[in-house]
Design a protein around this ligand. Sequence first.
Ligand code: G4P
Length: 285
Amino acid sequence: MADIQYYPGHMDKTRREILNRLKIIDIVFEVVDARAPLSTQHPDITSIVKDKPRLIILNKSDLADATALEEFETHFINQGFQVVRVDSLKGTNIRSIRPLAEKMLEAKFEKEKKRGREKRPIRALILGIPNVGKSTLINRLVDKRVTKVGDRPGITRHLQSIKAHKNLELLDTPGVLPPKISPKQRALKLALLGAIKDHLVPRDEVVIFGFQVLMDHYRDAFEKRYDFTIESDDPVAIFESIGKRIGALKKGGLIDYDKVMERFLHDFRHQQFGPIILERPKDDV
Ligand code: G4P
């Protein structure tokens, strides 16, 4: 019972805290996983942040299929957002974030200047579901020479903020924005990426979904990885072929399905099929 009540209350608190922060921030940095830019967006993000300027950060772009990622950039731009693709692990493109934010807020800051307000840093709120790379991104954005973590009474009203640069202050997501695991397609993608706990979705369904994505879009990489030729799209046939190739057999030569699933998920989550994207902009999520 306690568990059942915990979730909505917790989400409400996070939502309230985000709303509190919205009053004092200039821009939202919305972090998504470039391998599933729609499914790793929080479904309520628009209703939470309303018309705050929003920069969509396609993180983990090193793991994403570059051609399909371009389609997403166009898609988000057409929706009126600014987009940037980054790799927070290596730091690729991180430097373009601040100038982009400055450009997006040029008019607002110009107005403030005209009213005689002193120049101040941009205040950005970083939002995203767990595992999309928010902490890694924050570490990258912070200019180690100016970092100061702590309360800034009067400005951030006792909220934790990090000064990333003389022109940029970052506020981390307050609490956790839980990933939505409905509809099923979304849950399957999040599970395949390892972004939600494995027990939330039946493992065989996640694996079969993974087979399908690879067969539809990355067939060559799939065949190459297990050195096999896909002769039938029937998942049982695929299980059998992989099982034989990797020696996942039980006594009597039966396929050890658990072993195949384990290996496949491990391979998928360790980029053994090359850069991929699990969805396309026109997909329903
Ligand atoms: P969060 O704060 O949003 O929850 O995410 P966090 O920064 O903790 O990152 C989650 C995982 O993603 C980390 O891996 C991190 O290294 C990895 N990661 C973050 N940004 C990038 C990126 O741009 N490219 C790549 N390739 N990886 C990135 P981890 O600690 O090994 O966790 P896990 O992989 O074992 O879950």
